[in-house]
Design a protein around this ligand. Sequence first.
Ligand SMILES: *[C@@H]1O[C@H](CO)[C@@H](O)[C@H](O)[C@H]1NC(C)=O
Ligand SMILES: *[C@@H]1O[C@H](CO)[C@@H](O)[C@H](O)[C@H]1NC(C)=O
Length: 395
Amino acid sequence: MKGSRGGCSLIIILCVVFAAIVSLSMAHNDNTAIPIRRSRGCVAYNPIDRCWRCDRHWAKNRKRLANCAKGFGHGTYGGKKGKIYIVKDSSDENVISPKPGTLRHAVLLPEPLWIIFSGNMNIRLTQELIFMSHKTIDGRGSEIHVSGGAGFMIQFVHNVIIHGLHMYDIVEGSGGMIRSKHDHVGIRGRSDGDAISIFRSSQIWVDHCSFASSYDGLIDIVAASTNVTISNCHFVRHDKALLFGASDKTPEDKILKVTLAYNHFGKGLTQRLPAVRFGFVHVVNNDYTEWQSYAIGGSDGATIISQGNRFMAANGACKEVTKREIVPESVWCKWTWRSEGDLLLNGAYFRQSGNPHWAKAYKGYPLIPALPAKNVPNLTKLAGASLKCRRGVAC
Ligand SMILES: *[C@@H]1O[C@H](CO)[C@@H](O)[C@H](O)[C@H]1NC(C)=O
Ligand SMILES: *[C@@H]1O[C@H](CO)[C@@H](O)[C@H](O)[C@H]1NC(C)=O
């Protein structure tokens, strides 16, 4: 009896020790960028990628991506509840009655759709591409280049995922008669020449896209749009890249909430990475390797929380990360712009202002927990649309 009781308590002690070791090692995994290998050859570094990338059967389980949005765009499921639509035709000739099989035909349908492509394509949009709600554009498995024509107009809708596209050399659309809903055709003015324009829309997630040199901006988020996440994207060669809040006269943009996570701001960028008016922007674990004028700017009381980013100032460029527009320090000193755990290199500096105890005021906000900034090169290593996913192999 005695002996067996002793054996039992030994087992209990061993169990307790084992449980402690397991929970310690799990905590370790949650708090660092140590990659989880689930499929041979696949290393997904960041929590968004880890949600889907190492699944060898990603092509059969495409809609799994719909559960992976984090930050303010969390819960964006795009076309998860709809059918798969395969774009087989890269043309965009008819903007009033788009041909079935084209991207324009797909995004204008009223029902939820998960839109994929039959092969590699270069799509030159004749006019801005206007979306209906509940769509996913999923470029995985194909090289999809949207360039040389107009850009995307996400207006008055919600719940859209854009994943795996190359967008560059976007120009103004001439305007004219364009279908803007499945049941409405109307006359539209010139489009701005933004790669993606998000206008009075919410629940938008842009992931693993590559953006470069367009006529106006790369991504605009305006007119009381909110709940947007831009993650794992790669930005290069552009002057005014990201504009959140278009004007000093639109206080409705106070509602704007955007997460920027795991993006790489690379070669040939000048400013607006992003520029923010009124709203709240969480900038977490991004890699900034070039800006000429400034990285993060803003005005009108915008709130900017910068955590775990790597800011590497370029030689011969401005070293200050931040820029406040036009008002005296007595005004901007009240704007909450905080830098926590950022890695500031080559003379880069972030001028902070506002409330250091900001977190108390924003309890319940879906802020992606920052990983250490030294892991940013790994976290953003595969940013952009060049994952080259192949069927049957983890991306
Ligand atoms: C934005 O998301 C929050 C939850 O995070 C929700 O309460 C709010 O209604 C959303 N707003 C819009 C316009 O979708
Ligand atoms: C990046 O990941 C590699 C392994 O994939 C690792 O050896 C390296 O230490 C990581 N670097 C950092 C800074 O975490």
